[in-house]
Design a protein around this ligand. Sequence first.
Ligand code: ZN
Ligand code: ZN
Length: 814
Amino acid sequence: MFAKIAIPSPLTDFFTYEVPPKMEEQIFIGQRVFVPFGKFRKVTGFVVVLTYEKPEFKTKKIIDLLDDKPIFTTEMLKLAKWISNYYIAPLGEVMKTFLPKGIFVNSEKRFFRTEKKLPKNLSQEESLVLEFLGEEGRIYKDLDKKFKSVNFVLNTLIGKGLVKLDYGLQKNVKAKMEKFVKLLPKAERPLEEVQEELKRTPKQLQILEFMIGNLGFSKLSALLKATKSYHAQVKLLQEKGFLEIYEQEVQREVYQGIEQKELSQLNLEQEVICDKIDFAVTNKKFKTFLLHGITGSGKTRVYINALKKVIDSGKTGIVLVPEIALTPQTVTRFKEAFGEEVAVLHSQMSVGERFDSWRSVHEGKVKIVVGARSAIFAPLKNIGIIVVDEEHEFSYKQFDSSPRYQARDVAVVRGKLNNCVVILGSATPSVESFHNAKTGKYDLLLLRKRAIKEAKLPETEVVNLVSEKENLGQWAVPVFSGKLITAIDQTLKKGEQVILLQNKRGFSTFLQCVAKDCEYVAKCENCEVSLVFHQSEKILRCHYCDYQMKVPETCPDCSEVTIKQSGIGTQKVENLLGSLFPNSGIVRMDIDTTRNKKDSHQKILEAFGEKKYQILLGTQMVAKGLDFPNVTLVGVVSADTGLLLPDFRAGEKSFQLLAQVSGRSGRGKTGGEVIIQTSFPHNPVIQFSKEHNYNGFFDSEIEIRKVALYPPFCRLVMILFRGEDEQKVLEMAKEFRKNIPHKHFLIVLGPTQAPLSKIKNNYRYQILLKIDKKQDLNNRETNQILKNVREDLKSKFQKNKVSVSIDIDPFGML
Ligand SMILES: [Zn+2]
Ligand SMILES: [Zn+2]
């Protein structure tokens, strides 16, 4: 027998290996195997094809089988193949991203014998392995060193019930153990007898009584807490033979102690929508809905309703939420509705936590997975619904490493493979999705009212910073207009809260020399970007490579003392706020205040929810998904930061950000207000935001896309070339372009310098392709062309130390 094995390498899709005869019965498609690779390496790969056809070339043998059962279902394998083809990523690399990180680290797995005696009828290898395990057991690393196909032998022994393994993979991925207490037969006597025996040790008696009242079983920690006793006292009872303390594996539960709750009543609008979704769920056919609901209209309530319907019919569901919105607030809603049936997967979890969650999904213990981007690969079986909340969010696109997939689009494909319902939800749908709904590819569902009866969309006012500057007679536009200051002041006086958005972190955003004829700007040594001043550490920092430098006292170019900070970051806004409102609590949330501490994001939000702070200030982090009824004012310090970026999505992103942050205001019964400060008050994005007019924005934006030929009117492919020698990078980019044949469905632009022309000492050039979607379905022809060109030029690229990456459907041009 032979097997085609997908290997996580950037080279080829799969390699053929011979299956040793003894393994034929235990090998399955979708299983992990260990194979020799190249001259000296051994790597993990995935079985994708099994065949008896002998290949014409010489093959190596599979060394070992790593799983006793396949970990990829047929459906998951199909999905992986689709991603591999569409995003031009090697199959093994794609399959690797389906799995949690810890599963690849095998070396600390520990194996034990279940019986002391060696049974008969064992093969020689099996006896040797059992003998080697001894009484203490052995870790995988040692076994692997000593025996060749040790997994295969271990799997056989596990199958025979002679070996068990401690499921932990690494030290920090080890299954979590907890101490429990149970009563022994000695305690099952008339209570009077027990009381008599323990009358001189009242604490022990109390412990025993608690255990009897608890049906003879308790967590040790709970017992100690309830009886206010010490471990030693419980141990004495164990010595007397009343009870036993033992260890047992428990799941690491991240969101503990959330109780299930009754669901709120659906309002009329929600009910109509839920009926439509229910109907589709019952129909068991593939269908994609776009749920366009204004902020605060109760989209999550609709998702929960649909999920209930699916779970009741015995199926399972996936809910994707943007990483940043995966706050306890969101998770709690699903936990309250579905309790233990929900598993959470996201990148802020430790490797161990993620591994536990993944394992319980794999073993079919949970029915619903809530998670960020990669949760779309959850190993659920029998999927009945996939929900993508905030479908417009850019974090669904993996852009920095292969496979560069868009989880929302993968969700639709997975829905199709499962013949199930997909719901894409948003208050500000992406232009592509709304276009799909308008042209009938998706079914449009609308929620126009806020879920809380009295809550309305907030009143929005636009403040023109340029006229404000002229009125005040200042030389630069002010950070705060008089209007915003007054509004903050009044809100605080009413005991209500404020959210302020400034979508730039740091203190000032760049440092320049203002001497006449000097053009010095402090720039990163490794990247073609300006450095940002961070007040708290008093340093200049690069936001792309973390390069840091001290603030120069004089200008490095002209030696004048004319260095000046320009631009406004969150730290500067925080400082100014502090001096304007010295008596109110201000908390800042951006990457700098949340990067190192695991729960800091959550803690800031909790404290703000408990009204420990009156003003929450931050970057786009404060715009998404937060629901604080006491917030009645949202201020946008500058709406201009993203408006003018050289990107076809600049308008869309700005509109979404403004709509999302505005949506944080007035979610309670008291109503709310939004103030947007800008130097471009007549820009259509600003105007449509002010009116909460998504349709108006869409109509104007879709015209721009049509004229300039951008998605959804074509498909984009961005090819990025990188290297340390700028000349060579450009040369190779030109060579690549020359090799792309002329096709009627293809427009090739570039190579041009990338907008970020140098990052981490690497020069960057790009080629942009525009593809006629109708003429090249699923990029089939284009992808083949790109693969061929890349293959043909491989050695040239290697020789010149230029790397090339291909991004299908890039999120933007930056
Ligand atoms: Zn840098
Ligand atoms: Zn200067």
